[in-house]
Design a protein around this ligand. Structure first.
Ligand code: ATP
Length: 285
């Protein structure tokens, strides 16, 4: 499963529509970034772009390298869940980062990507795109994109962080069960968008947001815009822990990226993403 091409992203700003055969050349022409997706590795098919990129990272691949696949045969979500990854219509991409920060700060990069994906998708489509804390991108109360962050570290330093992002772009239908919680840009807007343009838009936003994050190594500089995109604010949510759950009303996030919730007894708590899942009072959001 060798990469088909190794190329550099450059260029154009538009998010035009039309036939969407994703090629490295197309991806190459879209980002215009300094380093995020500065080099792109394109796979017509990959088991998982996170897995492909991990191998490249172990061989010394640089900060900013982006692995993109047309389809995945073993796409993954959190805790061994499956990410449905059909070919021809969606984005599966993984970005390699080598930040000089403490390992415990790395999970916040997931929120930086959620913010960037939501903003980049808004740049490409006229839809009310939001974030479900901490890292799902939502449209019409359904999941438009998911993010899986994986890290290799030693006690006090990071070897690398891989942020995998799956985005449902032009897919027109989902298997019945998944369709209850999943959506695509096409299903929300009735319009197709070139995947390479979407990747470029998300990478431009990520590069900008990463720089802001690195100034303080926390969410201080991004809290306001993340908060404005957050769909949970003011809503009743269920906080699902491995062995228990409780209901609360969600507020915004704090500078560590934790979700602030008010429990039924009035106590305010900061929820750390880790092993927790958040759901709406009666549905997914
Ligand atoms: P959590 O809130 O704990 O992260 P999650 O359901 O959002 O829970 P993830 O690990 O982020 O879990 O994503 C995997 C889940 O996403 C799957 O269990 C499935 O429900 C859903 N899913 C799988 N493929 C897709 C897809 N292509 N588009 C949208 N949703 C998908």
């Amino acid at each position: 499963m060798k990469p088909e091409v190794l190329k550099t992203l450059r260029g154009a700003e538009d998010c035009g529509s039309g036939a969407d055969v994703m090629t490295a050349e197309q991806v190459e022409s879209m980002a215009g970034t300094r380093w995020a997706a500065g080099t792109v590795v394109y796979y017509p098919e990959a088991d998982s772009t996170n897995v492909r990129l991990r191998h490249l990272a172990e061989e010394g691949a640089p900060h900013g390298l982006l692995a993109v696949a047309d389809r995945q045969t073993a796409g993954r979500g959190r805790r061994g869940r499956v990410w449905e990854s059909p070919g021809g219509s969606c984005i599966y991409m993984s970005l390699l980062l080598r930040p000089d920060i403490a390992p415990e700060k790395a999970p916040m990069l997931t929120l930086v990507m959620a913010c960037s994906a939501a903003e980049g998708l808004r740049d490409c489509a006229d839809a009310d795109i939001r974030i479900k804390w901490p890292n799902d991108v939502i449209a019409g109360e359904k999941k438009l994109a998911g993010i899986l962050t994986e890290m290799s570290s030693q006690t006090d330093r990071i070897n690398h962080v891989i942020i995998g992002t799956g985005i449902n772009v032009n897919i027109k239908s989902f298997p019945e069960e998944l369709g209850k919680t999943a959506t695509s840009l096409y299903l929300e807007t009735g319009r197709e968008v070139k995947r390479a343009a979407v990747i470029g838009a998300v990478m431009r936003r990520f590069e900008e947001n990463y720089d802001i994050f690195m100034e303080t190594e926390d969410m201080s500089g991004l809290m306001e815009k993340y908060g404005n995109l957050l769909i949970n604010t003011g809503r009743e949510v269920r906080i699902l822990k491995p062995d228990s759950q409780y209901r609360a009303v969600a507020g915004g996030i704090n500078r560590k990226g934790e979700l602030l919730v008010r429990r039924e007894d009035g106590a305010v708590e900061a929820v750390c993403a880790g092993e927790v899942s958040v759901r709406g009072a009666s549905g997914y959001v």
